[in-house]
Structures are given as structure tokens and as C-alpha cells.
Design a protein around this ligand. Structure first.
Ligand SMILES: [Zn+2]
Ligand SMILES: [Zn+2]
Length: 145
């Protein structure tokens, strides 16, 4: 099943309507398979010959809708701004250096114990879709700490 079919299936199960505008945003996220700001999404949509850009609040609303459906993650990546991405089967997260801006990808396993602990101690179902952890990379960290 393609990524698009998987998303379509979820939307159908929830009884959600797929408008042309929603479809354009979903397509953009699937096509690029990477983090996108609202601007990126719109730029991608404009590269299609048959379409015009959508209004920014429209793109924002569609992304929030997808986020609520747990199909898309929303992450503040510091300098890059707020980015959106399809939540695929392979979740990942980032370490973001506040000094040089370098990002390091980390695997989702890192959060298994946190999820487990929150569930057992608080009955809390943590939704860790795509995290950015800020700090300083090995090049930028103060050496005497
Ligand atoms: Zn990411
Ligand atoms: Zn750094």
C-alpha cells in the first residue's frame, strides 16, 4: 500500500472529506518526504502546473487537521521554524544545536522508556511524533562542564 493509500484509508475510516485543497497539501508532504514549513508546502503546490498557491491560513488549517488525525507531526525546529511531516512507520527525532544549527537524527527507541514510564506512573499516553531537543553539539559544547 502506498503512503497515499494508507492516509486515504485513515481519512475514510474517520469519515473525513478529501477536498482538492486537502489533497494538494497531502500530496506535497508525500512527494517531498521531508520536513516542510507552510511556505515549503505552498511552493511545492505552485510547482504543479494545474494549481495556484493556497492561502497561508488554509494550508495552516489543513496541517492542523492532519495533526489532530495523528497523520502529521508539527515540530519547532528553531531557526528553520515550525515544520510539518507525515508520520511514517519509521519515526525519528532531532538534536538541534543552538549554536551552529547542526541537527543530528536520533531513533525513536530513545523514547520507549519515557513512554512506558509516563503510561505506568501517570496513565498518560504520550504522543511523541517528532521531537526536536535543543542543546549544544560536540563542537559547540563548553568543554569544562
Ligand atoms: Zn525530522
Ligand atoms: Zn554546534
Amino acid at each position: 500500500m502506498s503512503e497515499y493509500d494508507r492516509i486515504l484509508q485513515v481519512l475514510r475510516q474517520r469519515g473525513e472529506r478529501i477536498t482538492i485543497q486537502r489533497r494538494l497539501v497531502i500530496d506535497a508532504l508525500i512527494d517531498t518526504q521531508t520536513h516542510m514549513t507552510i511556505n515549503d508546502v505552498n511552493e511545492h503546490i505552485q510547482t504543479r502546473q494545474d494549481t495556484h498557491a493556497l492561502a497561508e491560513p488554509t494550508v495552516y488549517r489543513i496541517l492542523q487537521w492532519l495533526k489532530e488525525l495523528e497523520l502529521v507531526s508539527q515540530t519547532d525546529m528553531a531557526e528553520t521554524g515550525i515544520v510539518y511531516q507525515i508520520i511514517g512507520s519509521e519515526k525519528h527525532h532531532h538534536l538541534v544545536c543552538l549554536n551552529c544549527g547542526k541537527t543530528i537524527d536520533v531513533s525513536d527507541d530513545l523514547f520507549d522508556s519515557i513512554r512506558h514510564q509516563l503510561a505506568t506512573e501517570h496513565g498518560f499516553h504520550a504522543r511523541i511524533d517528532h521531537m526536536a531537543i535543543y542543546g549544544y553539539c560536540s563542537d559547540c559544547a563548553p568543554e569544562n562542564e
